[in-house]
Design a protein around this ligand. Structure first.
Ligand code: PLP
Length: 419
């Protein structure tokens, strides 16, 4: 496939065609798994040239595919990174052992003691812990954004962050875990530009695109610097692997690749192979899951025991959130929260009454999963921070899968009868 072909294909096609050339593997239609930890050189001088190319980007081997040791990179990683970058519409991608390994690399690479960081809230509990529990030990000052569609609020929080130290990163997760709260990506990019113009240091904008995955939301096209995705979720799609990707301009991705070598958080060959395969079907799986989610959400919204749900498709017309969703999302996703009348006891009764839907954390798999956010994914987030992010004791997060929708609705109906 030529560069021109690549440029002309749509993301759904690139998810199948990009990253692997059968000519590199004796015509095998699907890629082999390169289960090796190290790579053999032709000669000592070639070994030196390969190291020069890897570490300096210069010399006779610069730009040529050559491997040293699998922690630095390996063929399955290259295939996956090429495909992910192509799908995301980015120059380069870096793939890590998990989504949190990817988030951690961004924080370590781009923040220095004394810096501040702005992040949307709610945000996945692990990311919340990274910025609010771990990073403060290294002298980083986190500041939350509580309304990601309100420019005045985001600017005020940026000023608060700047009063604590230079703003290094703006990290947004949209739609957010678990409530599907929305942040206006283009607005945040514009505010990062304003901060850069005012202070001489433009913070990098990181968007966690895990909830909508690469087809229903395109953060690179909206100007973010680092597009992060937990590949564990919709991209992996079968709840059987852990992986995380970051895509963006070569100049912001390449330092992360070098850092990954030091951290040892690369994605292993077999997992890369699995993700590469799963990416081929993520568009169709997501479409089916989103169609199911609409049906399940409609059933739940109309049920008397349900106080509310945070499904994107039901955000009221005329609200800022609706305008942002219409502008930046090509679908409503299939993960959202259900708020029951009552609290933990009612939520537990519903969860314990489910027979088809499994109780588990994670999301984006083929099967439907449910969990009680306050006591699972957001267990470690302090209660006030949880409430500020809209997570109550009655909040249950659902990740709707690709089963027959009638079976899912029947399961929820039966379980709600027990509440
Ligand atoms: N980002 C979001 C939105 C998530 O939901 C998760 C995990 O649930 C992560 C990041 C972390 O990804 P991983 O579990 O692959 O480390």
């Amino acid at each position: 496939m030529t560069r021109e072909d690549m440029a002309s294909f749509r993301p759904e096609t690139l998810a199948i065609a990009a990253g692997y050339d059968p000519a590199t593997a004796q015509g095998a239609a699907k890629p082999p798994v390169y289960l090796t930890s190290t790579f053999v050189y032709d000669s000592a001088s070639q070994a030196r040239d390969i190291h020069e190319a890897y570490f300096r980007g210069t010399g006779p081997m610069a730009g040529q595919p050559a491997y040293i040791y699998s922690r630095l990179s390996h063929p399955n990683l290259t295939m996956l990174e090429t495909r992910l970058a192509a799908i995301d519409g980015a120059e380069r991608a870096a793939v890590f052992a998990s989504g949190m390994a990817a988030h951690s690399a961004i924080a370590i690479q781009h923040l220095r003691p004394g810096d501040s960081v702005l992040h949307s809230r709610p945000i996945y509990g692990g990311t919340d812990g990274l910025y609010n529990q771990l990073m403060p030990h290294f002298g980083i000052h986190p500041v939350p954004i509580l309304d990601g569609c309100n420019g005045d609020h985001i600017r005020a929080q940026a000023d608060l962050a700047l009063s604590k130290g230079p703003l290094g990163l703006i990290v947004i997760e949209t739609p957010a875990n678990p409530t599907a709260a929305i942040t206006d990506i283009a607005l945040v990019v514009a505010i990062a530009d304003e901060v850069g113009a005012r202070t001489g240091r433009r913070p990098l904008v990181v968007c966690d695109n895990t909830f909508l995955a690469p087809f229903a939301q395109r953060p690179i096209e909206l100007g973010v610097d680092l597009n992060m995705t937990s590949l564990t979720k919709y991209c992996g799609g079968h709840s059987d692997l852990l992986s995380g990707g970051i895509s963006g301009r070569a100049e912001v991705i390449e330092p992360l690749l070098q850092l990954r070598t030091v951290l040892g958080t690369h994605c292993d060959p077999f997992t890369c192979w699995l993700v590469l395969r799963s990416l081929e079907s993520v568009a169709v799986r997501s479409e089916r899951a989103m169609a199911n989610a609409m049906l399940v959400a409609t059933f739940l919204r109309d049920h008397p025991k349900v106080a509310g749900i945070t499904y994107l498709g039901f955000i009221a017309e005329g609200t800022p959130q609706r305008a942002v969703i219409d502008r930046q999302c090509k679908g409503y996703g299939s993960t959202f929260s259900l708020h029951l009348h009552g609290g933990e006891a009612e939520a537990f009764r519903l969860l314990d009454g489910l027979r088809l839907v499994k109780q588990a954390v994670s999301l984006g798999g083929s099967e439907t999963l449910a969990c009680h956010s306050a006591t699972t994914t957001h267990y470690n987030v302090p209660a006030e921070a949880r409430l500020a992010g809209g997570i109550t004791d009655g909040t249950i997060r659902l990740s709707v899968g690709i089963e027959h929708p009638d079976d899912l609705i029947a399961d929820f109906a039966r379980a709600l009868d027990r509440v």
